[in-house]
Design a protein around this ligand. Structure first.
Ligand code: ADP
Length: 213
């Protein structure tokens, strides 16, 4: 299955993409995570991308396309994948179609998680992330057991540099301007709309139902 997770920043693409990947036995590939790994390892891509990510702007398409082409060519992505955070522009969507068509494939479904803006701002301002395993927590909704560190590996949690309120507002504007209409690129028949304002388990149920799994 070749799935795209769509929706605004903070809609829950990462949480649900990760769950779906584990359930379906295919990799969850989040471009934000890939970029943060590049930045943390100080690679040339990381150095080129950091300023854009910190401002909440999109990284240029050619950089993103190179990253995604490389990641989708890895052995674990051959039987399917869940893409989270890609594509975000028309050029990226066209490039992905081309890449998949070359291998005789296409996007099977787009899961759109819908959440109102006020709720998004609340979610992102309480978000903490484990810099080691990339798991997300929310200080009110889903706090870590000891308040400071990751339940999974004990690493001290951080606030993402782009989760500061002004940057969040900027990211939401960029999303509205450049990505919200991207769904028009896909045949309506493969788009699965899911109301994301419920508990994580409830939204998981809705997504599974919408995908018929
Ligand atoms: P969110 O979906 O909450 O914005 P992500 O972790 O998916 O968070 O992405 C963080 C940042 O990484 C984005 O704000 C952007 O700077 C960059 N980024 C991720 N994916 C893309 C993409 N496909 N095109 C351009 N920039 C991207």
């Amino acid at each position: 299955m070749r799935l795209l997770m769509a929706g605004s920043p903070g809609a829950g693409k990462g949480t649900h993409g990760r769950r779906l990947g584990a359930d379906l036995g295919i990799p969850h590939i989040a471009t934000g995570d890939l970029l943060r790994e590049h930045v943390a390892s100080d690679t040339p891509i990381g150095r080129a991308a950091k300023a854009y990510v910190d401002r909440g702007d999109y990284v240029p398409d050619d950089v993103m396309m190179a990253i995604i082409k490389d990641r989708l060519s890895q052995p674990d992505a051959q039987k399917g994948f869940i893409l989270d955070g890609y594509p975000r522009t028309d050029a990226q969507a066209t490039e992905l179609d081309k890449l998949l068509a070359e291998q005789g494939h296409a996007v099977d479904a787009v899961v759109l998680i819908e959440v109102p803006t006020e709720e998004i701002v609340r979610r992102l301002s309480g978000r903490r992330m484990c810099p080691e395993c990339q798991r997300n927590y929310h200080m009110d909704d889903d706090p870590p057991r000891d308040n400071e560190s990751c339940d999974h590996d004990g690493t001290k949690l951080v606030t993402r540099s782009d989760d500061e309120p002004d940057t969040v507002r900027h990211r939401l504007r960029v999303y509205a301007e450049r990505t919200a209409d991207l769904l028009d690129h896909y045949d309506n028949g493969i788009v699965r709309r899911v109301d994301g304002t419920a508990s994580v388990d409830e939204v998981t149920k809705r997504i599974d139902e919408a995908l018929g799994i």
